[in-house]
Write a protein that binds this ligand. Sequence first.
Ligand code: CP3
Length: 353
Amino acid sequence: MSGSLEDTARTAARKPLLQAVRGEVAARPPVWIMRQAGRYLPEYREVREKAGDFLSLCYSPEFAAEVTLQPLRRFDLDAAILFADILLVPDALGQHVAFEKGEGPVLDPVTSADAIGRLSVDGIDKTLGPVYETVERVKAALPPEKTMIGFCGAPWTVATYMVAGRGTSDQAPARLLALSEPETFGRLIDMIVEASAHYLIRQFKAGADVVQIFESWALNIDEAFFARWIVEPTRRVIDTVRAEIPDAPIIGFPRGAGPLIPGYIKATGVNAVGLDYAVPLEFARREISPLACVQGNLDPLRVVAGGKQMLERTDEILSAFEGSPHIFNLGHGIVPQTPIAHVEALIEHVKGR
Ligand code: CP3
């Protein structure tokens, strides 16, 4: 047993990003970019074309591992993030999911107790098996100093897509169901909690070093709703994962949660927290940084525009978290129109400062 613990410690010692999640301070913060594998890379578009549709790419271990590794060949990134999607979980639960060109995800909306009753956690590994194989392949190909990041959507965010059947700007369909039929909605959340915890455990067992829980829609809701439908389900996912994998390193990304972030960290037990770009640096330094490693938080459009404003804002972020555990990232996913040269300049700047 002690041998394997030492092995774990040695592995951790060689991975700057994992060390930061665990609370260590580096001279230069490790870097990764949300949606780092994606349409702004021509080599991604090429593999995506070969794979056919988006879900086929996610479920092909060969292609998914390839696109996971692509951004690390171009840029000096400290981590690879599994190429998959948060909506693979609803697909595995039995809800029909499709990605239509130019439209984003389309699902058969689940809005009644009957529809929820037709979903099941039992068979999810049949669908998700290829994803675990992708993790294994990437882990085997990754240099030891690089961190392998797995992920899932947080239960609330996944539920917003399951209930509405698509992306929405205000999440009204899920909010209304949660407020008018909390027991029915709770059954859906329970199912997503169970599936997500299992999914993360399997990703850790396949080789993930860290996982990130994407709560992309931690906005448009009041604080009582936040406590019940964001904090509680996330805490249950994390408790279930840590019952199986003690000390599992976990990053939460509660996008839009602002002043609720300190409470989210304390109640869920995340080791690190992704900040969206609207979180003020002074607030983050004072109220968030003492509680967890922060991952912040450049506006992705600053990378599209590039140049001086991008580097100046990057310096402000780096300075705000100097001396505390920090991972440099964007405040949301990189967008398809981002020039590759701007990404190069950004990463060189963070690494070479
Ligand atoms: O590089 C990575 O970050 C890993 C892969 C990854 C994808 N999606 C690939 C993807 C990750 C971590 C996600 C997470 C995800 N998926 C989130 C949470 C993060 C966020 O952006 O808030 C959400 C909400 C989704 C659901 C989703 N997937 C939507 C709404 C869309 C359509 C919008 C879009 O950007 O096209 C997707 C599609 C998707 N997921 C793409 C990629 C690379 C683009 C699909 C394509 O290649 O055509």
